[in-house]
Design a protein around this ligand. Sequence first.
Ligand SMILES: Cc1cc2nc3c(=O)[nH]c(=O)nc-3n(C[C@H](O)[C@H](O)[C@H](O)COP(=O)(O)OP(=O)(O)OC[C@H]3O[C@@H](n4cnc5c(N)ncnc54)[C@H](O)[C@@H]3O)c2cc1C
Length: 486
Amino acid sequence: MIAKIDRDEAPVIVLFRRDLRLADNRALAAAADTGRPVVAVFVDDRTENEGRKPGRASDWWLHHSLAALSAALADLGAPLVLRRGAMAAQAMDLVAATGARAVYWNRRYDPPATRADTVLKDTLRGAGLEATSFDGALLHEPSLLKTSTGTSYRVYTPFQRAVAAAGEPRDPVDAPGRLKEYRGRIESLSLQSLDLLPRRPDWAGGLRDTWVPGETGAWQRLAGFLDHRIDFYEAGRDMPDGESTSRLSPHLAFGEITPYQILAALNRHRGANPRSGADKFRKEIAWREFCNHLLFHKPDLHEANFNDRFDRLAWRSDGPSLKAWQHGRTGYPIVDAGMRQLWQTGWMHNRVRMIAASFLSKHLLIDWRDGESWFWDTLVDADPASNPANWQWVAGSGADAAPYFRIFNPILQGEKFDGDGGYVRRFVPELAKLPNRWLHKPWLAPQGELERAGVVLGETYPHPLVDHDRARARALAAFDAVRNGG
Ligand SMILES: Cc1cc2nc3c(=O)[nH]c(=O)nc-3n(C[C@H](O)[C@H](O)[C@H](O)COP(=O)(O)OP(=O)(O)OC[C@H]3O[C@@H](n4cnc5c(N)ncnc54)[C@H](O)[C@@H]3O)c2cc1C
């Protein structure tokens, strides 16, 4: 049924997707500024477009983030309507139901979503309606940043320089104080019916203990980081034990906070040593932009090697080793600690992500796409750009990749970045009593040390899946064959 409504009273529809926030939400702010009633809608179109089922940890996050957004919007006078289906069809249905003449949204950048939003815009405009989109998720439109020869960037450093030279980003916009209520009835799904939470078994206890999804949680993380950690960020960010980084990644992935807000807060912050940590942190935010830039120009980033010479690489098919890696049972403590942190909390420290990804793609010579899929399913910050771009970077097949011969030694990496063993002891408690000297290489410990620590290799903790030197030689031979066209 088409609603008949006075033109000035026609509501503005605001579509929420991966921008689950009130502040610095330009679509919402613009709708509030019209003075018309606002209909706030979350449309879950992920299974419609991406061709890639969203991961289960992301679903968990989405549920709680929607609950938080819904409560915040209800306080402002615009309860959140929940829909599922194709974006354009849902928007047209809402237009018909409410008599709205305008639909606003913040832009998305992963290719299936971009395509859906182009259809959305064309459909609305074709029907004579206003369709307006805004920025928010990224500081730079991937389509606009170009090298001096007019091509897209493939290397991070010049990209980062271009980003830095582009000047200060715009100021964030405030959350609306109040939204004019729409008084009609609109059909909405219930949050439960989106079926985003795990049921049997409920594996999300560790996620609940670790995270507060939603805008408030994002600001708590940012405040904690600026108050206590940013001054030590440059030196401490590679240490996985304790909290040395911001842990903003899932909040950014769901758009609960924007890079504009983060950079503005960084500029306001005056720490003991304001430059060092802040500069490094800005460069990490630029990595996120770079990954999105890569994805925009290579839409099949999670499926196809950036460097197609890697199509020839003889990956091994080894189900049991893949499973051991997934479950943190490789026999290399730093890898196992990372994989268990991921399973328990939905997040893994960046240094350990690199070590674990290198171990899978180089030591085990298992296709990086298998690792990327596991991360996609288990990370709360699983991101269509950052996940495949980083996997390809580590595996060596990426745009600006780590050289193929850089094969992390998991023993030395563990000793260097977790020398006191706090991280391994937390996530691999069966090794907790081993002295630091043997913690990252328990198979080399004298029998007496193992007995004193209650470790029985092959029973309480696995033998290493592969020998480091042999695995390294095997990986180098496989990568050499690719390089030499073999
Ligand atoms: C194999 C692998 C897979 C990854 N998959 C993802 C993913 O799915 N989603 C994701 O957000 N990040 C991913 N990363 C990047 C990085 O590990 C995380 O962004 C970071 O660990 C998040 O923690 P933080 O918020 O405390 O980071 P901080 O050190 O506090 O950095 C601040 C922000 O900068 C961005 N950032 C930092 N490092 C990177 C990077 N290397 N690439 C892109 N953005 C970065 C993130 O948005 C992060 O929140 C991956 C890295 C690797 C090696």
